[in-house]
Design a protein around this ligand. Sequence first.
Ligand code: 4NP
Length: 153
Amino acid sequence: MKVLFVCLGNICRSPMAEAIFKNMVAEKGLSRDIFVSSCGTAGYHIGKPPHDGTRDILKSHGISHDGMQASKLEKRHLKEYDALIAMDEANFADIMRLKDDSDTAWVRLLSDFSKGDWVSVPDPWYTGDFEQTYALLTESCEMLLKYIMEKSE
Ligand code: 4NP
């Protein structure tokens, strides 16, 4: 199973989701079964590490961000990954524009896996609130992992 988290710049939200989800997968002993990565729909920050705020919040929760580098969404990802998880509605629309009938991945908004009434993960690039984003990502990633585990039973 291969999961790709997608945001705009791949320096704030999707790398945070990747690191949180990878950590949850490792804690369940599933690192060999579930591969996790992230990318952005825009190429502004290709090759850069996550934003300072994302690195700081991950570090404060004891979650590694070692070696993470921003990359851009490519058409081939829709065959290479099983699931693409969009952080917001614009990311979702951009993915769907790229997708055709031959592509095998399923595409969902991360908020589909939340009990909360939010739709888009707030972007700390604009809000400056990395803690709020961390909390929403943690809650929804737990539900996403539960969904994937139940689906693969
Ligand atoms: P992200 O946040 O999509 O969560 O990584 C952003 C990062 C950079 C920009 C916008 C959003 N930017 O305009 O450079």
